[in-house]
Design a protein around this ligand. Sequence first.
Ligand SMILES: Nc1ncnc2c1ncn2[C@@H]1O[C@H](COP(=O)(O)OP(=O)(O)OP(=O)(O)O)[C@@H](O)[C@H]1O
Length: 123
Amino acid sequence: MNASNNYWRRRYQSFRYAFRGIAAFIRSEPHARIHALATIVVVVAGFYVHLPAVQWTLLLLVIGLVWVSEMINTVIEKIMDHLAPEWHERVGWIKDVAAGAVLVSAIIAVVAGALIFLPFLHR
Ligand SMILES: Nc1ncnc2c1ncn2[C@@H]1O[C@H](COP(=O)(O)OP(=O)(O)OP(=O)(O)O)[C@@H](O)[C@H]1O
């Protein structure tokens, strides 16, 4: 009984740390606030045009893709700044590729968003 209580307590703590991480990301990163604004605009537009469930699912997947890639990119930048604050070609490569991952996800999100919303503009 006690072991089971400890298990759920640890799971609860893990969720708290994860939510704290999301809040820290939004508080400290200007990019995160731009993503938050874009997410709100797109979700409101989705409700406005009454997106069907499949389009909602695809939209949420690309929104998630951008958030996750931006969060991982930010973590990589912070790790590199902490471990290797000096200028180094390899650090530049790592940061460039991590930023490239965000750009890939953003391009996919813009194209997917256009494909999802354009048919509703023609109605
Ligand atoms: N220590 C370093 N060594 C070599 N190049 C670096 C280093 N730090 C940054 N750079 C170069 O500068 C670019 C921007 O790095 P920086 O850490 O300033 O990211 P940022 O501009 O804060 O990115 P973001 O806009 O995603 O927050 C990197 O992609 C890399 O090309």
